[in-house]
Design a protein. Sequence first.
Length: 282
Amino acid sequence: MIFKQFGPTGIDVPVLGQGTWDIPERGARLDEAKRAIRRGVELDMVHLDTAEMYGAGRVEELLGQAIAGLDRDALFIASKVLPSNAGYAQTLAACERSLRRLNVEYLDLYMLHWPGNEPLEETMRALETLVEQGKTRFIGVSNFDVDDLIEAQTYLRTQRLACDQVLYHLQERGVEHRLIPYCAQHGIAVVAYTPFGRGRFPRDAVKADGAVGRIAAKHARTPRQVILNFLTREPNVFTIPKASTVPHVEENAGGTGWTLDPSDLAAIDQAFPSHDAPLASL
Ligand code: NAP
């Protein structure tokens, strides 16, 4: 696994983490999903992304169960406050609830899930307070465009934004035009969510005889490994694929540690052109 500096935090985080949206919530599939998360941790995919929104808190509980007994300090646990729970006092309370559900003493990263309607200044102040209180090590945002980032930064007094977590996959490359360069310039990490486009992803992208499939064969990799490698090719970009089986996690872990050739990048550009577009959100 390759680790890269995570924004202004001064710490290194694995290029590939693990998402938890929609992990199976019961039965044998839940047991397998927990095994998959632990297998991912063994493979250094220790950036574990969750949110109070997922399963209305249930996913944080399940993640807490999956990581029980692991070395807490070796993990990088990220969660998010819902905009409807944002503001000053509400954000502090939401973080407490997330810590309880996850059964951990602190988060590594706490983000505002999307801008929403609560005054941003209050929420940014709350995030800084949570760092002062030792409840989270770093703070960030999600689904913020450049103008939102600029506004958020004007409210911060003691902390810097560690990251912006945004939608980024082969068919949604809008963030390449302004957001990723802005974040690179300002030392902010970009965390790409939904790298496989969830269910909406075109079959072409993972077909053996498509552009990505041909590149995969050339490098003796899989199409999904090519996709993860491509999305994280810039120094400030990370991604958090969600997988609920051990084989899927093991496959995804091979998405880094090797390099696509310029001709591969050109072939992907041709097959999945990068259009400038407003930031896609939930
Ligand atoms: P995703 O990671 O693009 O795709 C997940 C889907 O891909 C699942 O159906 C999974 O199947 C499948 N998959 C994963 N690895 C595979 C493999 N090697 N082979 C075959 N299928 C594979 O979608 P996502 O869950 O939307 O995004 C990832 C994470 O980003 C989320 O879980 C969440 O933590 C975060 N996120 C954040 C926001 C936000 O607003 N900040 C929004 C969306 C998502 P299995 O489950 O069967 O393995």
